[in-house]
Design a protein around this ligand. Structure first.
Ligand code: ATP
Ligand code: MG
Length: 366
């Protein structure tokens, strides 16, 4: 997928903007607060119908403007389509258009422009808590596998209900009668979640290791290891087998759950461990290694999107260069040889031999 051009009216600090992009690397350079991230946000909004830094549309409209308009010509599978959106100050709902036809909902635009976004918060995903890593898997899988998205939604609802029943058992002991029903359905949906995550992580790990090896000049071997419920011996086994093992874990923890008044069994505590040359990244990884591995994960995610949809999604990398040494920086700018990439950075010395460089100041190309 390629964004051929983008035009912006009244979005964030952009008053009026038009730009033709390169089908390869697009390096967006500028000082702080000039509109580099805003540009990625505009692309992201067209792609997903939502911005990544705010849920409030009003914040996206340029101060004092009546409306904001974004429009881009996108090429995929050899076909050009125009994505357009108009947001209004006040209560009027936003409008979405695809090649001149007004669309009722965001879902109508699914698949027209797929993007993989990497922002500074993602850099330390391998150092942070398990929830961040589960989110990384869930975000990708919910886009790629509709059955997974449904199972996850149901699992979360059941988890909330079971947790409430355990919490309230003193005042309302009759709530405990519902546990077997919750457990049964949580084992069913949990088995789908675990097997899907395990298979995806296995593919992700394979690709991420290749990227990381190239990134580190052949020095670092990245491994990712899935960690789930202890009774599950082979998480990529058929879901029925995993289901049986989840039931087993539930029965052995039933008493502890009632005593602690918490749900202790199921994939809601899942995690994965990353190691470099066999050494735990979380405990020992340097900042640069951790960041590089996180970028490798995103590149791997892009590969898997491509394998699934048949086309490479557009990669948006916000501010990821600043903490990398020159070799790794060069890899991002010159080592990613396929697909379209947008990279923002402050440093004027970042150079790419592939593609184009744009200098942005106060919401304009200079
Ligand atoms: P950095 O290098 O610090 O990340 P950046 O170039 O990515 O900077 P952006 O986040 O793209 O900067 O732009 C920030 C600027 O946009 C800020 O000065 C902010 O005040 C301005 N801005 C944000 N929203 C609006 C808006 N709705 N209307 C006008 N200006 C806005
Ligand atoms: Mg920025």
């Amino acid at each position: 997928m390629i964004i051929k051009n983008l035009s912006i009216q009244g979005f964030r600090n952009y008053e009026s903007f038009y730009c033709d992009f390169d089908p390869g690397v697009n390096l967006i350079v500028g000082e702080n607060a000039q509109g580099k991230t805003n540009l990625l946000e505009a692309i992201c909004y067209l792609s997903r119908g939502a911005a990544f830094r705010t849920r409030k549309e009003a914040e996206l409209i340029r101060f004092g403007a009546e409306f904001a308009e974004l429009s881009a010509v996108v090429e995929s599978f050899g076909r050009e389509q125009t994505l357009r959106t108009v947001m209004f100050a006040g209560r009027r709902p936003r409008q979405l258009w695809l090649s001149g036809v007004k669309k009722a909902s965001r879902e109508d635009l699914d698949g027209v422009l797929n993007t993989v976004l990497f922002c500074p918060e993602d850099l330390l995903v391998l150092k942070k808590g398990a929830a961040e890593r589960r989110k990384l898997l869930d975000d990708a899988l919910c886009q790629l596998r509709p059955r997974y998205a449904k199972a996850l939604e149901e699992y979360r609802r059941l988890l909330a209900q079971k947790s409430a029943a355990l919490r309230e058992r003193v005042d309302r002991p009759e709530m405990l009668e519902l546990l077997p029903e919750y457990n049964e359905r949580m084992a069913q949906t949990g088995a789908i979640i675990i097997t899907t995550r395990a298979k995806y992580l296995r593919q992700l790990a394979e690709r991420a290791a290749c990227h990381h090896l190239a990134f580190s000049g052949g020095r670092e071997e990245l491994c990712l290891c899935y960690q789930t419920v202890s009774t599950v011996t082979e998480p990529t086994a058929p879901a029925l087998e995993v289901y049986e093992q989840l039931k087993e874990h539930q029965s052995s923890h039933c008493r502890a759950e009632i005593e602690s008044m918490q749900c202790l069994s199921g994939p809601h505590k899942d995690d994965f461990e990353a190691t470099l040359n066999g050494i735990s990244m979380k405990a020992f990884g340097s900042q640069g290694q951790t960041r590089t591995a996180a970028i490798s994960l995103k590149l791997a995610e892009r590969d898997l999107f491509e394998a699934d949809t048949g086309e490479q999604p557009v990669l948006l990398l916000d501010d990821v260069l600043s903490e990398l040494d020159p070799g790794r920086r060069d890899f991002v700018l010159n080592g990613i040889r396929t697909g379209q990439v947008f990279v923002t950075c402050c440093e004027a010395d970042a150079v790419t031999q592939l593609g184009k460089t744009f200098h942005i100041a106060q919401g304009k190309i200079v």
